[in-house]
Write a protein that binds this ligand. Structure first.
Ligand code: NAD
Length: 270
């Protein structure tokens, strides 16, 4: 167990992080657990028993916190409802909700499969509405809470061929602002974090796809395609995003609400 906690007020709190079986969500869950936060992990895994052993039990043992796993499919509102109810029943409330799950599909809009559009809107946007809707009454009863959406720079600016993702992420920021205003007279904050490119399985998939499409080596795709719009020319680290998220969840973040916080290597400064 880490001996020094940077945010002692988080010790003993609980968090539900969607899409936390890999990538950014897993990094955020780890960072919260290291601060003594009990967590519900969520996401799609191939082998649930293996994941239970390698992630759920391992994280609990390493950080000395309670860790649960929910396999709720975020495209299904009734499964979201059950996941939220189970978390509250298990931990006696909900202190931190992180809407992180997201998927991508890259295609010109005229070829964009309508079923992919629906799936991206359901997972990247509507799931946030369903979790927020369930979380807010619980947080109001407690008199505290932190709501965090992992949006994207694509919630602030667009790139071609990502129509559904860009539309969903812009809407997530709009949803974040509306909810922040609704909660402005409560101690509950609602913010969005907008990363530039982070090297996770979601981005590895895009590197492979672009390398095949353009007949280029993956390193060249990273340099000339993926990081072309990111002036700093290096991927954002999950650990750095996690520090930003911990700040938002801390007591020091109490008056930060309705914000879209970008960590994007200078992307949106252009
Ligand atoms: P990832 O592919 O590594 O992880 C996605 C997570 O979402 C996984 O846990 C997966 O199981 C889960 N998930 C997908 N569909 C689901 C469903 N139907 N039900 C439940 N869980 C589901 O992706 P990542 O790169 O870590 O992305 C996390 C978030 O960060 C996403 O919202 C993404 O849009 C955003 N983001 C990523 C980047 C980046 O460069 N990686 C940049 C900006 C924003």
């Amino acid at each position: 167990m880490p001996s020094q906690k940077s945010w002692p007020e988080l010790n003993g709190r609980n968090a539900l992080i969607t899409g936390s079986t890999s990538g950014i969500g897993w990094g955020l869950a780890r960072a919260l657990a290291e601060q003594g936060v009990h967590v519900t992990l969520n996401g799609l895994v191939q082998d649930q028993r293996e994941f239970q052993r390698t992630h759920v039990e391992a994280l609990a043992a390493e950080c000395g916190v309670r860790v649960r796993y929910s396999g709720a499919d975020l495209a299904n509102p009734s499964q979201i409802q059950s996941m939220m109810q189970e978390h509250v029943a298990e931990f006696g409330g909900l202190d931190i909700l992180i809407n992180n799950a997201g998927i991508q599909h890259v295609s010109p809009v005229e070829n964009f499969p309508p079923e992919k559009w629906d799936q991206i809107l359901a997972i990247n946007l509507s799931s946030n509405f369903h979790t927020l809707r369930a979380a807010i009454p619980v947080m109001k009863r407690q008199g505290r809470g932190r709501l965090v959406q992992i949006a994207s720079v694509h919630g602030l600016v667009a790139s071609p061929f990502k129509s559904a993702y860009v539309a969903a992420k812009h809407a997530v920021i709009g949803l974040t602002k509306a909810v922040a205003l609704e909660l402005a007279d409560t101690p509950i904050t609602c913010n969005a974090i907008c990363p530039g490119y982070v090297r996770t399985p979601l981005v590895e998939g895009q590197i492979d796809q672009q390398a095949r499409a353009h007949g280029l080596p993956p390193e060249q795709v990273v340099r000339d395609v993926i990081l072309a719009a990111q002036p700093r020319k290096e991927f954002i680290e999950v650990d750095d995003l996690a520090q930003l998220c911990l700040f938002v969840c801390s007591d020091a973040g109490k008056t930060m609400t309705g914000a879209a916080l970008n960590m994007d290597g200078g992307w949106t400064a252009r």
